[in-house]
Design a protein around this ligand. Structure first.
Ligand code: PEP
Ligand code: MG
Length: 325
């Protein structure tokens, strides 16, 4: 089987009926590029920049960040790179940033919430990204967006930094897509409004599932409620994808669910455009997609949403299909 997957390294990702979807990789540092290229990723769908902060004794400087982003963009030779702005908080701590003790860190001061409150820190990252943008195909993504106002505020800071750089004579790409993670249920519910203002969505199912099911993603005792195939999650995903497509925008997924072999047929059926996962899952997913017919998967996803009321029913539905492949 591994041999069969290897052959797909340089192949395009197409379904049995010839529909193209993008298979991308998640990375944490520029060092991960080796695995990305070895496994034939078509893009980077999530670069988690917080590791740059976590692996450092103090805030990484604009120059240090610029070098990291440039390295990744150049390493991808013109393939798209979605860089997510810093997502500290929740379970990720920074010794040099004194965060308050919180009752519920995952519901607290985290990611874009910190960035908007600490504009100096955020603007440094934005400037580094803008300067790196001329070295490849950069897409910028904001994490943990709950409201349109947060997106607008972050986007405005980005525009302001761009204007400043241009005024200083620095070159900045004028082709940078700006999107958000859909990982808070409120943003998923209002996807039709967000879709008018963003260039793309990427669904962060690790958080979206925990927030939708009110089940901590780290807590073993409630892990039975952490249900990617719950019809409630699928219904939310359908709304997000349909809303984006209605505005001509694309939707990716960079949570673990994107590389989950039971979820892939459903996600294809829901119309997901980009699947981003750990590099080691790419080839097996490309192989699976090549066996799936997108029209049949659309019917499968429709059935899962309209006829299933439990996660067990959804799993059985998908199993019936995959057993016959
Ligand atoms: C997610 O929430 O699905 C995601 C990709 O972000 P992280 O796992 O870094 O929170
Ligand atoms: Mg997340």
């Amino acid at each position: 089987q591994k041999e069969e997957w290897r052959k797909l390294k340089d192949a395009e990702t197409v379904t049995k009926d010839g529909k193209h979807v993008e298979l991308a990789a998640n990375i944490g540092t520029p060092k991960d590029l080796t695995g990305v290229n070895e496994n034939g990723a078509e893009a980077i769908g999530l670069y988690r920049t917080e590791f740059l902060y976590m692996d450092s004794e103090q805030f990484p400087t604009e120059e240090e960040q610029f070098i990291a982003y440039k390295t990744v963009l150049e390493g991808m030779n013109g393939k798209a790179v979605v860089v997510r702005t810093m997502d500290i908080g929740g379970d990720k701590e920074l010794p040099y940033l004194q965060l308050p003790e919180e009752m519920n860190p995952f519901l607290g001061y985290r990611a874009i919430r910190i960035c908007l409150a600490e504009p100096e820190m955020f603007r440094t990252q934005l400037r580094a990204l803008l300067r790196a943008s001329v070295y490849g195909k950069l897409r910028i993504m904001f994490p943990m967006i709950a409201t349109l106002n947060e997106f607008r505020a972050a986007k405005q800071m980005l525009e302001e930094e761009k204007e400043k750089l241009v005024a200083e004579g620095q070159s900045v790409s004028d082709d940078i897509e700006v999107g958000i993670m859909i990982e808070i249920p409120a943003a998923a519910v209002l996807a039709h409004q967000f879709a008018k203002e963003v260039d793309f969505f990427s669904v962060g199912t690790n958080d979206l599932i925990q927030y939708t099911m009110a089940a901590d993603r780290m807590n073993e005792q409630v892990s039975y409620l952490y249900q990617p195939y719950n019809p409630a999650i699928l219904t939310l995903l359908k709304h997000v994808i349909d809303s984006a497509h209605a505005e001509g925008k694309w939707v990716g997924m960079c949570g673990e669910m994107a590389g989950d072999q039971t979820a892939v047929p459903l996600l294809l059926g829901l119309g997901l455009d980009e699947f981003s996962m750990s590099a080691s899952s790419i080839l097996k997913t490309r192989s699976l997609l090549a066996k799936l017919d997108s029209t049949e998967m659309e019917a499968l996803a429709g059935k899962a949403i309209n006829e299933c009321s439990t996660v067990e029913e959804v799993i059985e539905l998908v199993a019936e299909l995959t057993n016959s492949l």
